[in-house]
Design a protein around this ligand. Structure first.
Ligand SMILES: *[C@@H]1O[C@H](CO)[C@@H](O)[C@H](O)[C@H]1NC(C)=O
Ligand SMILES: *[C@@H]1O[C@H](CO)[C@@H](O)[C@H](O)[C@H]1NC(C)=O
Ligand SMILES: CC(=O)N[C@H]1CO[C@H](CO)[C@@H](O)[C@@H]1O
Length: 725
């Protein structure tokens, strides 16, 4: 074939690299000058403030170190572009099959209606349906989810042909009908059908159980006849759409993607390894039923916003140049319920658009547990060698002759608790166990076996999920990530050790950029607390405003923030969005990272931990209204809020004290000496405005609980009294 070398994807380097390098160099110079200043101006032994000064120097050294890692990550980001036309031209008839895993864990936190919307959007991919199989892992083992899925297996017979005929997007019915305007009668018919179905599902969910009448409709419900609970039940495997069944057709007689409900066995005496355990059970069950060479896994709230995403991913797996060394293609996590200025900074815009592209240029973005296409063989532990080419043409899975019942029963063994006992599952095979963010170490170990990975970040988002909509949810989610990541850093999977000699040093260090998130808490806390403490105690920690040494501080500070504002704006954010992002950076540092760090340390010493619980991302009506108006939501007591409020108040008190001092005593030289600290305090106050508002002015349900306000006021006053005496 003459056209054999037409590439299926293109890789581009980010623009403006020279400018970026110049900027980095100038910042590095500024930072060096600051270090020189700190080293040469340390207060002498015995003088007040010597230790505070040294502490501040340490905090700055940490920030410098972390900044250097960040610059390394961002040195040379790349982006990819796919040519799906080429893919169809060359490979349309040999496209490999794809097994899609949708994981859900709890019908209350993750409503079944949301789950089936995700499932329907996946079933409707623009891809040969006989090559698609959807597996829903229900770790809640709930008949409500099963009921919803059964409904979906009927509705899809109307939905899929409708999607394909009118080429509608997105293909999650709820997302589609939320914005679409009527086309014709068929449209209204489908919409009615969808609404009826969602009513039935909502009614059943509200009731909390499936009615007796409905239970007679499908023998699958018998699985719930035995006494069972969320954490103690047998394995349930139900093939809802069997591709071997000649009657499994849509209303136009075309074949349907397979649909399988899987609830692995749960017993109290076995450890279940959370999502990693569920994924591994799915890998085994799917290998028995369809055994497709590509696996896509998504969280149950992430619907597909682009019906061509599978083809995008295939462009990498099937490209001839890539030497078949691509183990997985990761899409970023995006959200469709973000507000315009992204109050809680959930969009991860800079990480998704810049940082991960940087990791990609070093041969390996992270695997982040959702929206990722894997090769089945690499996920199961295969080591890279030059002949790992998949023979796409011979991928047709083996003919299965068993009846559905027999097949389901065989799969139950694969999904039983004891199956993994004394096997390599969770170690060398499948997702790794023993860490809350198992995806990161799984991705890392795949890379250590010689594979590379690709990050694809198309303009039109491939997957859209739900972002947390309250401050506390956001902070707790970040805490969980931070904790897991730091745990990896301290474990044998630390990239610097585990990846030694296996992946490039650049990549090892880049990984640490994320794994060290929580460590930032100490320097952040120090910077928020100590300069204002010293302002109260009249100890100067920074150069005078009139001194030349002030310049590097001003340059580094301004340089960092002007750059990040510019970057944020250029990526499509708003100025207020950037300001919110800075606030959330601070809040995460002072709470999520702090608790994450402490929990990891306490856990390693054998103590129990703070145990913040995850709550539903679907919130109350009035909370949702505030979210849409971008009013910060407190409304709960949490030690996290105590910390934030106390710090915010301390800064107000010391700022007021500083102002009083300049105005009343007209102490101008004092102002020059403490000016930087006053500016710092002032900025912290500005960024905390929504917090003061929530503490003292708002009266709605989302304002700060008064117990938190009282307690933090007392703490703040105590602290300031200590500083002054
Ligand atoms: C759902 O419940 C409401 C009352 O709670 C009832 O009026 C309605 O008919 C039910 N819908 C379906 C589809 O069962
Ligand atoms: C989702 O897809 C639609 C097209 O169906 C597109 O208009 C929209 O911009 C996409 N959303 C995002 C966030 O990319
Ligand atoms: C489930 C949920 O919270 N959805 C909300 C996401 O955000 C949009 C506004 O941006 C709301 O309208 C949705 O209700």
């Amino acid at each position: 074939m003459g056209d054999e070398h037409i590439p299926l994807f293109e890789t581009k380097q980010a623009k403006g690299r020279t400018l970026f390098k110049l900027y980095t160099a100038s910042m590095a110079m500024g930072i060096c000058l600051i270090c020189v200043y700190r080293a040469t101006h340390t207060p002498e032994k015995g003088k007040t403030g010597r230790y505070l000064w040294i502490g501040l120097f340490m905090a700055e050294l940490w920030f410098t170190f972390y900044w250097l890692i960040t610059q390394l990550v961002r040195w040379n980001p790349v982006t990819h572009q796919t040519s799906k036309d080429q893919l169809s031209l060359k490979y349309e008839n040999m496209l490999p099959g794809v097994d899609i895993f949708v994981c859900t864990a709890d019908p209350v936190i993750e409503p079944p209606l949301m789950v089936i919307n995700t499932v329907l959007s996946m079933m409707a991919y623009d891809y040969p349906p006989e090559k698609l199989n959807i597996y829903v892992s229900d770790d809640g083992g709930s008949e409500l989810t099963f009921f919803a899925l059964l409904e979906a297996s009927r509705f899809c017979k109307y939905w899929l042909p409708f999607c394909k005929r009118y080429k509608i997007e997105p293909r999650s019915p709820s997302a589609y009908f939320a914005h679409a305007s009527p086309i014709n009668n068929e449209w209204s018919f489908i919409k009615n059908k969808y609404e009826e179905m969602s009513k039935r599902i909502d009614n059943t969910t509200r009731l909390g159980k499936v009615t007796e009448e409905t239970r007679k409709e499908d023998k699958g419900y018998q699985e719930w006849d035995v006494d069972s609970s969320k954490n103690d039940h047998q394995a349930v495997i139900q093939i809802l759409i069997d591709q071997r069944d000649p009657e499994a057709r849509d209303t136009e007689g075309k074949s349907l993607p397979g649909l399988v409900y899987v609830a692995r066995e749960k017993r109290r005496e076995w450890h279940h390894n959370f999502k990693a355990g569920a994924m591994n059970a799915l890998i085994r069950v799917s290998s028995k039923i369809s055994n497709n060479p590509i696996i896509l896994n998504v969280d149950c709230d992430m619907y597909s916003n682009n019906s061509e995403s599978i083809r995008d991913a295939m462009c990498f797996f099937m490209d001839e140049r890539s030497q078949n060394n691509i183990a997985f293609v990761q899409f970023p996590q995006n959200f469709d319920n973000l507000t315009r200025n992204d109050l809680y900074s959930n969009s991860l815009m800079v990480i998704n658009n810049v940082d991960i592209g940087g990791l990609d240029s070093y041969g390996g973005c992270l695997y982040i547990g959702s929206g990722c296409f894997h090769r089945r063989d690499t996920l199961c532990g295969r080591i890279y060698s030059l002949d790992t080419k998949i023979n796409w043409e011979k991928q047709n899975h083996k003919e299965i002759i068993e009846s559905t019942d027999v097949l389901e029963n065989e799969c139950k063994i694969l999904a039983s608790c004891s199956y993994e006992h004394n096997t390599q599952w969770g170690k060398e095979m499948g997702l790794k166990y023993g860490c809350p963010v198992e995806d990161i170490i799984t991705g890392l170990s795949i890379k250590c076996r010689g594979w590379r990975s690709v990050h694809l970040n198309p303009k039109r988002r491939a997957f859209l999920g739900l972002a947390p909509t309250t401050l506390l949810q956001t902070l707790i989610q970040t805490k969980r990530w931070a904790e897991g990541e730091f745990q990896i850093f301290l474990s044998k999977y630390c990239p610097l050790v585990f990846g030694h000699n296996k992946i490039p040093l650049k990549l090892q260090i880049s990984y640490c950029c994320y794994l060290l998130w929580p460590v930032n808490c100490w320097a952040t806390l120090y910077y928020v607390l100590v300069p204002s403490y010293c302002l109260l105690a009249r100890i100067s920690l920074f150069p005078k405003l009139s001194s030349y040494w002030f310049l590097p501080f001003a340059y580094v500070f301004a340089g960092k923030y002007v750059y990040s504002l510019g970057e944020f704006y250029w990526l499509g954010g708003t100025v207020r969005g950037w300001w919110n992002d800075q606030r959330m950076w601070l809040y995460r540092g002072l709470t999520s990272y702090l608790f994450g760090f402490c929990d990891v340390i306490f856990k390693s010493m054998g103590f129990t931990t703070s145990g913040f619980v995850i709550t539903s991302k679907v919130s109350e009506e009035d909370a949702l209204q505030r979210y849409n108006k971008e009013i910060m939501e407190f409304g709960a007591t949490s030690p996290m809020f105590n910390i934030l409020s106390t710090l915010a108040l301390v800064n107000v008190l010391s700022f007021v004290n500083g102002v009083k001092w300049v105005v009343m005593d007209s102490d101008i030289s004092g102002f020059s000496e403490l000016g930087v600290q006053m500016v710092l305090c002032g900025l912290i106050i500005l960024i905390n405005i929504p917090l003061y508002d929530g503490m003292f002015f708002r009266k709605d349900n989302g304002s700060m609980p008064s117990s938190v306000t009282y307690l933090s006021t007392i703490f703040a006053i105590l602290f300031c009294t200590l500083a002054i005496i």
